[in-house]
Write a protein that binds this ligand. Structure first.
Ligand SMILES: [Fe+2]
Ligand SMILES: [Fe+2]
Length: 295
């Protein structure tokens, strides 16, 4: 199967690469303290470029097709973990088949982003499980290699089965979603109860939930929150959905926030020296993970 997604499925995969979504996050959140309210939101919408248009088209598809039923169907399909069984090191190689059509020479591969994230966490002296969390956090993007469209793999995540927050990027596209007019799903609480806790909330389907489910027996709770909610920007950067949170979520939020800058701001054109790092990471993986992971 070709990983050159734009060539094979231009209509359903508008992004030249998955990184285009993450590059766009940097326009929305140019620094660790900024929040995309008011000025920046308008500014970035007026930001005129072909890349911007592809990101916008990507979100149009994402917001239109991520229905409650769609998510349930994907959960049933992928949480059986009957697609592939492989050691984590093979999984990194597998992930690296996702190549960037737009700029293959200068963009770093998927593994380099994971390694730069984990190395930045390690350099700041955080616990080793958090380093491993950084190394794994985008592993769920292998969904693309199982034939899933970009809008079902990356992009900001959000709860489904209840009203969409206007703090989610491009909220206007939700009016295309059939759930938008559903008499239950369009209400504030939808299928949920007040402050039921995020563990009882179904998120839009993508690489976050998938890697969380793969790793959930192997990392501490704080790391699992980082995996599961790292793209839930409406929560961790915008403060939305307080009505669904419980005290545990509120306690875990600081960990999700701690993780975010390592994901967004650790990109560096110089790749880390893998030969020097290999032994450390082999020990780390062996400490926490089983010999093979099930996808
Ligand atoms: Fe991610
Ligand atoms: Fe990432």
């Amino acid at each position: 199967m070709s990983a050159h997604l734009t060539e094979t499925q231009p209509a359903s995969n508008p992004l030249a690469s998955l990184d285009q979504w993450e590059d766009d996050l940097l326009l929305r959140y140019p620094d660790p303290e900024s929040i995309a309210q008011g000025k920046t939101k308008d500014e970035y919408r007026n930001y005129d470029s072909p890349e911007r248009d592809t990101v916008r088209e990507f979100y149009r598809l994402n917001h239109t097709y991520q229905t409650y039923d769609f998510v349930m169907q994907k959960r049933a399909e992928f949480l059986k973990f009957d697609k592939k069984k492989m050691p984590v090191w093979d999984a990194f190689q597998f992930l690296n088949q996702l190549v960037d059509d737009s700029d293959p020479d200068t963009d770093l591969d998927q593994f380099q982003h994971l390694l730069q994230t984990s190395e930045a966490i390690r350099a700041d002296g955080h616990p080793d499980w958090m380093v491993l969390t950084g190394l794994l956090h985008d592993m769920g993007k292998v969904l693309c290699l199982f034939g899933e469209p970009q809008w079902a793999v990356v992009g900001d995540t959000f709860p489904v089965g209840c009203a969409y927050s206007d703090k989610i990027v491009y909220p206007e596209f939700f009016s295309n979603n059939p759930d938008y007019n559903n008499e239950v799903y369009s209400t504030k609480y939808g299928v949920y109860t007040p402050n039921c806790g995020l563990r009882n909330v179904t998120m839009s389907w993508g690489h976050d939930e998938y890697i969380y489910q793969i790793a959930k027996d192997h990392l501490p709770e704080e790391g699992l929150y980082m995996l599961r909610y790292h793209s839930f920007y409406a929560w961790h950067r915008e403060g939305a959905y307080d009505h669904l949170l419980d005290d545990h979520d509120r306690a875990m939020l600081k960990w999700v926030k701690l993780f975010n800058p390592y994901d967004l701001y650790s990109k560096n054109p110089t790749p880390p020296n893998w030969n020097e790092l290999r032994a450390y990471y082999e020990d780390l993986v062996a400490k926490y993970l089983p010999a093979e992971l099930k996808f």
